[in-house]
Design a binder for this molecule. Structure first.
Ligand SMILES: Nc1ncnc2c1ncn2[C@@H]1O[C@H](COP(=O)(O)OP(=O)(O)OP(=O)(O)O)[C@@H](O)[C@H]1O
Ligand SMILES: [Mg+2]
Length: 258
């Protein structure tokens, strides 16, 4: 399998804070990858660097073999990398349907490049309705986003990202703000909708039960660095990951096994 996304030596400093330290990794096409790490580990910074919301201090990002380092977010979106946000970026005064149209409209400002490569001949209105269907949002179609429950706003934000037909979708904490008993059904719905198109997924998640269930591979970040990268079971049983990410107390020196 060829990598769809690759970072080499990716580094970002904010004054005295280093939010990304020499991050080198690659994501294979057609996989679902989890990104874990405690608060402030650099997960959102990494997504911001890949999607052009932040410019790296050093290092490169390649997408489908092409250097996209430092490109503007809109250009990166048009190439095929889309994202959803930790706090849903929806327009409160617009309905769910209108939000989808705005998302499609913004992207289609670069109409030639985008429509030609991704949307094809599909009409934005039809794509918006298809996304509402796929994400079970039909009943909210004409409701303003301001009145929608948080879980629904999350779904709408993800639907807006998928509507523009990306090759890879980066989801920043898709289940945050959603109650524990709703998380699994939300992920079933989200990944079902996304993977129907075989879109590659990288998602940030704090709940280890969710990452264990839905990923083939996990990247673990700590203090801006990758501290583990591999198949999900191996990374989740890695002692450093358990101590620094999962938050398990280190076994006491010389403690007798129980
Ligand atoms: N724009 C910024 N200016 C200054 N510091 C920043 C900025 N963005 C992030 N940081 C700092 O970079 C570090 C990494 O932040 P980041 O938001 O990437 O963490 P995260 O892993 O997404 O955390 P969380 O789980 O809380 O969302 C933190 O110390 C944060 O305070
Ligand atoms: Mg974050």
């Amino acid at each position: 399998m060829s990598p769809i996304l690759e970072s080499r030596g990716l580094t970002k400093t904010f004054g005295a804070v280093t939010a990304a330290r020499d991050i080198s990794l690659s994501i294979e096409e057609d996989t679902v990858v989890g990104l874990i790490g405690g608060n402030g580990a650099g997960k959102t910074t990494f997504l911001n660097l890949v999607t052009g919301y932040l410019k790296p201090t050093a290092g490169t990002v390649r997408f489908q073999g092409r250097d996209i380092t430092g490109m503007a977010p809109r250009r990166i979106t048009r190439l095929g990398i889309c994202r959803s946000f930790q706090i849903p970026q929806v327009f409160d005064t617009l309905t769910a349907y209108e939000n989808l149209l705005v998302g499609l409209g913004i992207v289609s400002m670069g109409r030639k490049a985008f429509v030609g490569s991704n949307l094809g001949t599909a009409r934005p209105e039809a794509v918006a309705d298809e996304m509402l269907e796929r994400f079970h949002l039909r009943e909210y179609r004409d409701e303003p986003a301001s009145v929608l429950p948080e879980g629904v706003r999350k779904l709408l934000d993800i639907a807006m990202a998928l509507a523009v037909k990306p090759a890879i979708l980066l989801l920043d904490e898709p289940t945050s703000g959603v109650s524990a008993d709703e998380k699994f059904s939300l992920m079933d719905l989200v990944l079902g909708a996304i993977r129907a198109d075989k879109v590659t997924v990288l998602f940030v998640e704090h709940d280890m039960d969710i990452v264990r269930r839905y990923t083939q591979r996990i990247l673990a970040f700590y203090d801006g660095k990758v501290i583990a990268d591999g198949d999900s079971a191996t990374v989740l049983s890695n002692p450093e990951v358990r101590r620094l990410v999962v938050g398990e107390p280190a076994p006491e020196e010389g403690a007798a096994p129980c």
